[in-house]
Write a protein that binds this ligand. Structure first.
Ligand code: ACO
Length: 329
């Protein structure tokens, strides 16, 4: 039987830094409020001509190189994004494939907001275990600045841009395999977090609406996030007869330090297990988890064989967690 192994990680962050002080000049807020309520100190903003596919392709090149897999042997590309180059078509994954010089691969996007990366880990695992694919490039890439309303202080302080990517490959060695991926959704909470314009569900059709921006009921979302991120992890650990001591790095979606702290405490995670990048990148939705994995990889904290626990939550509502050994060099 083929198992799926998480072979590498890579990330790309745009150069431009948007500080809390700069945001304070744009909306009625302050560095003190943002830091205290979210833990975010700054976020990256892509250049005007820098697209989601550009950032995704940059992260992907690094992930492919670090994986040791030949570029030509990649047989599928999946991109998780809510800020695609084009809404609906072509998919950002197909544009990334062309930027990488890969023209014959299966390529598609998925939309699961901040849970997107965990969803694509699960999809890649299933394709590999079924024997249909052997080397899958997964990419989480977001230019959230393009769908952020910079006059809404409730959302514009939270989001940033960036990309992360990984290669998942077939292996016969079960000890290298992704242990489990658990995902879910509840559409009855759809109105907590949405981009109301531009689709067939909106009051205006796509051509009439001038701007497609995220809207969020922050406080309600906060409470559901803490509850769901906690129960999600309890469920996957129990299902796999594991406990939190067996986890080397706990990598929650980076939305808000207070959410991460509440979830980490409820799960009795030690501080050194919990990966935090929210202060420097803010919330980068589908890119948040791979950017955080890359952060500990580049700082030398992530070693081959370390057990990762991914935990995400986002618009939809969607949620998901994954347990996997990191098999990169
Ligand atoms: N600066 C100053 N004051 C603000 C700001 C701001 N940027 N934003 C809101 N306020 C005010 C509000 O107007 C309110 O004022 P009032 O008491 O006079 O009415 C007060 O601060 C408290 O507002 P709350 O919304 O209750 O503040 P809260 O502590 O909940 O923090 C936040 C808001 C940071 C948005 C938080 O609710 C949050 O992080 N929510 C969850 C975000 C999340 O996890 N989203 C899911 C993933 S995202 C995705 O899927 C794309």
């Amino acid at each position: 039987m083929a198992y799926a192994s998480f072979r590498s990680i890579g990330a790309y962050v745009p150069e431009r830094i948007l500080s809390n002080d700069e945001l304070s000049k744009m909306v009625d807020t302050s560095d003190e409020w943002i830091t205290k309520r979210t833990g975010i100190q700054e976020r990256r903003i892509a250049a005007k001509d820098e697209r989601t596919s550009d950032m995704g392709a940059n992260a992907a090149k690094i992930a492919i190189e670090r994986s040791g897999v030949k570029k030509e042997d990649i047989d599928m590309i999946i991109c998780a994004t809510i800020s695609p180059d084009y809404f609906n078509m072509p998919s950002t994954a197909t544009i990334i494939s062309t930027k990488l010089g890969l023209s014959q691969v299966t390529a598609f996007d998925i939309s699961a907001a901040c849970t997107g990366f965990v969803y694509i880990v699960g999809i890649a695992k299933a394709f590999i275990e079924s024997g249909m694919k052997k080397n899958i490039l997964i990419v989480g890439s977001e230019k959230l600045s393009a769908i952020t309303d910079y006059s809404d202080r409730g959302t514009c302080i939270l989001f940033g841009d960036g990309a992360g990517a990984a290669v998942i490959s077939a292996t016969e060695d079960k000890s290298e395999a992704i242990v489990d991926v658990n995902t879910g959704s509840d559409g009855s909470y759809a109105d907590l977090l949405m981009t109301p314009n531009g689709g067939t569900g909106s009051a205006h059709d796509a051509l009439e609406s001038d701007k497609v921006c995220m809207q969020m009921k922050g406080n309600e979302t906060f409470k559901v996030a803490v509850r769901t991120l906690t129960s999600d992890v309890k469920e996957i650990l129990e299902k796999n007869s594991m406990n939190s001591d067996e986890i080397t790095h706990f990598i929650p979606h980076q939305a808000n330090y207070r959410i991460i702290k509440a979830v980490g405490d409820a799960l009795k995670m030690r501080d050194e297990q919990v990966v935090l990048t929210v202060a420097k990148y803010g919330n980068t939705s589908g890119a948040s988890i791979p950017m955080a994995i890359n952060d500990i990889y580049e700082s030398g904290k992530l070693k081959k064989g370390d057990m990762l626990l991914l935990d995400a939550f986002g618009g939809g509502l969607t949620w998901g967690s994954a347990i996997l050994p990191f098999m990169g060099e």
